[in-house]
Ligand binder design. Structure first.
Ligand code: NAI
Ligand code: MG
Length: 365
């Protein structure tokens, strides 16, 4: 059957960048990889239409779809709407109801933009790493989580890092599966020298590897040393798997290895379907709705287009098509085409959102 893709353009520049992804999907449809595309509202536009940041009907479609692609939500228009129905609530409901426990943040350096990196060109040329962050457990959610008054003018804050072995096993399985369609190398990061959760993390990742993924090369690194290595010699890594807190920090560090916010895709994955083995998945650019440039044709559609490339690779077993799409992006950048956010080191030819999308489609062949 033709796979289904639910598209959620959202607010601000969301619909503008999603229109360019539509062109790309159209190209793949005309070239032997069709999708059944459905579209729904999410965020502020959904609130305006039916008083909730995502409707139950849209949630049902998200549950049924093979993958969901979201552009961005939010904007000043909805700053005063009630907390429970604010635009971000749509995103949170998607993540929660689809049980998306694995957050994937790639850091891939496009040659033409290597001078945008926080690091020297030679350190990032050809860089292509993937950080797999556990998203629903750890210290952000563990109980107790309190601030208490100690009565002597002092207060005490407590956050609790909790990980059950099943949570570590399922996130490491995601990392190993991703590595299998990449360079077959995983580096697990924790702090087993000072944290019990690090000891268990290390043990369960190793067991999962030995039992289910012996074909993938596994190494372990202390997370602080890992942060150092990420900025010293990032190309040594392929896939990095780590917990919620370390992953939050390490993925932001990795993002700066490659440059502009308008270039960064992401994915969040859930458990595999028992029948098909396919994981629930939400693909989205890292950036937000950019109200400051909305409606001006200035938005960079590449982060959203690369999010679709991730969907091809990780949800649709279409690694060659993902490669082709990434190569098209690479070619257009090498030709000097730049949306406003990419004008900087090296200059370039300024293009609109739509011109960038057209050029990428043309470069597909
Ligand atoms: P933002 O990511 O929307 O914008 C930050 C800066 O980067 C702005 O100057 C913007 O013009 C620029 N920028 C972002 N994406 C770009 C692109 N594709 N092309 C060119 N330039 C781009 O973050 P900000 O301004 O903090 O938030 C704006 C709104 O977006 C808020 O309502 C916020 O809540 C929402 N937001 C939504 C997210 C989501 O849907 N996942 C994530 C982050 C923020
Ligand atoms: Mg962060």
């Amino acid at each position: 059957a033709t796979p289904t893709l639910l598209i959620l353009p959202g607010d601000g520049i969301g619909p503008e960048v999603m229109a360019e992804v539509r062109k790309v999907i159209g190209w793949f449809g005309a070239n032997g990889r069709p999708f059944t595309v459905e579209e729904e509202l999410v965020g502020g536009c959904a609130y305006d239409a039916h008083g909730a940041a995502i409707s139950d009907a849209a949630m049902e479609k998200a549950q049924a779809a093979d993958a969901v692609l979201l552009a961005a939500v939010g904007g000043p228009k909805w700053d005063k709407v009630p907390y429970d129905v604010r635009p971000e609530a749509g995103l949170l409901r998607l993540r929660k109801d689809l049980e998306l426990f694995a957050n994937l943040r790639p850091a891939k350096c496009f040659d033409a933009l290597a001078d945008f990196s926080s690091l020297k060109r030679e350190l990032v040329e050809g860089l292509d790493i993937l950080i797999v962050r556990e998203l629903t457990g750890g210290v952000y959610f563990g109980e107790p989580k309190t601030i208490t008054d100690l009565g002597n003018g002092q207060k005490r804050a407590i956050d609790t890092q909790v990980y059950d072995s099943f949570e570590i096993e399922r996130i490491s399985a995601v990392a190993f599966e991703m590595a299998r369609v990449r360079d077959k190398r995983v580096c697990s990061m924790e702090k087993r020298n000072v944290m019990k959760s690090g000891v268990l993390w290390n043990e369960v990742v190793q067991q999962t590897h030995d039992a289910r993924f012996p074909d993938v090369e596994l190494s372990h690194m202390l997370a602080d040393a890992g942060g150092m290595q990420l900025v010293r010699a990032p190309k040594q890594f392929d896939v990095i798997v780590t917990d919620n807190l370390f992953g939050d920090m390490l993925s932001d560090v990795a993002a700066m290895l490659t440059g502009s916010l308008g270039m960064l895709p992401s994915a969040s994955l859930g458990a595999p379907d028992p029948k098909t083995g396919r994981r629930k998945a939400l693909y989205e650019p890292v950036h937000g709705s950019a109200p400051d440039i909305a409606g001006q044709g200035k938005a960079n559609p590449i982060a959203c287009i690369l999010s679709f490339a991730m969907a091809l690779r990780y949800s649709f077993d279409a690694g060659a098509d993902a490669d082709r799409l990434e190569a098209a992006v690479e070619r257009v950048l090498a030709d000097g085409l730049r949306t406003a956010d990419l004008i900087g080191p090296g200059g370039g030819k300024a293009v609109t959102t739509s011109e960038m999308g057209d050029a990428i489609v043309a470069a597909l062949g």
